[in-house]
Design a protein around this ligand. Structure first.
Ligand code: GDP
Ligand code: ZN
Length: 290
């Protein structure tokens, strides 16, 4: 019996990485019959049948689960936006941050294309640092911040997130050239989309850790939550909750509200508060529908 991680699933086979090497595994019958889905990223116990093959006997409980792409035990999401081309969209960035935190995954905000940075429409890195997130600034072209990104990926199971064209594939290739991820430039030459008909795979990083080859968090819908919970997904809000007069304050039009005061005093960024109000409306709309 040995322990490993499923790094790829293809044609009924599961490729399990273990300290002893990679094995091509099948499932013990009861998993197939029990309809238990097994995901890339699952930690499994296997029995070897020969030096290159085995049978999965046991699937360990998952720490996190994503559905798009279907992958288990991711513990870090690098949320990549670019200074320009395309410019960041605060609503979209904040939406991904809520989704990531809701999934129990630690976000790392990355602003890429530093080499193209002109006068910014907003001091993006500062806004997110102040909000309490880890932030890095990178350029896949000049190599700025790439060492830091490499260090951040080390010993984590990461997925990259963010709009297409922000440089996710380019950054991973800069971190580790032999990953061979397709960038926009290459896909255009090949005349097909980068992420079409592909199976998600966890790629091993030289320094330890793994990274998914397919970006995550492309869904626009917010996770299902109660209206009172949304504020907890804005880490910079929490320290002002005790100044709200009403328990269950939604930080909207309530007369004495610590969060609103902090926005008035510019200690909470107005853009972030606007995202909060937008998302609150969505969460409440959905509550009403049920
Ligand atoms: P993805 O869709 O997020 O994976 O983005 P790609 O990695 O495919 O990059 C999109 C385009 O931006 C490509 O043409 C890249 O060459 C370019 N690009 C990526 N990173 C940078 C960067 O840091 N600076 C500049 N100037 N261009 C970049
Ligand atoms: Zn309040």
């Amino acid at each position: 019996m040995f322990e490993g991680v499923i790094v790829k699933a293809y044609g009924g086979f599961y490729y399990v990485r273990s300290p002893a090497g990679d094995l091509e595994c099948t499932l013990r019958g009861r998993f197939r019959l029990g309809r238990q889905d097994i995901l890339v990223g699952d930690r499994v116990g296997c029995q070897t049948t020969d030096s290159a093959r085995g049978v999965i006997e046991k699937v360990h409980p998952r720490a996190t689960v994503l559905t798009r792409p279907p992958i288990a035990n991711i513990n870090q999401a690098v949320v990549v936006f670019s200074f320009v081309n395309p410019r960041p969209i605060a609503r979209l960035l904040d939406r991904i941050l809520v989704q990531v935190s809701f999934a129990g995954i630690t976000p790392l905000v990355c602003f890429n294309k530093f080499d193209l940075r002109e006068r910014e429409d907003a001091p993006w890195p500062e806004i997110y640092l102040k909000a309490g997130y880890r932030v890095i600034v990178t350029s896949a072209v000049t190599g700025e911040g790439v060492d830091l990104l490499r260090q951040s990926l080390q010993d984590h199971n990461s997925v990259l997130a963010g709009p297409s064209g922000t440089g996710k594939s380019s950054l991973l290739n800069a971190v580790q050239p032999d990953l061979g991820l397709k960038t926009d430039a290459i896909s255009r030459k090949l005349k097909r989309g980068k992420h079409t008909t592909r199976h998600v795979e966890l790629l091993p990083l030289t320094g330890g850790g793994m990274v998914a080859d397919t970006p995550g968090f492309s869904s626009l819908t917010l996770p299902d939550m109660k209206r009172e919970d949304l504020g907890y997904y804005f880490p910079e809000f929490e320290q002002y909750f005790n100044r709200c007069k009403f328990t269950g304050c939604l930080h909207r039009r309530e007369p004495v509200c610590g969060v609103r005061q902090a926005v008035e005093h510019h200690v909470i960024a107005r853009e972030r508060y606007t995202s909060y109000l937008t998302f609150l409306e969505e969460v409440m709309q959905r509550e009403r529908r049920y």
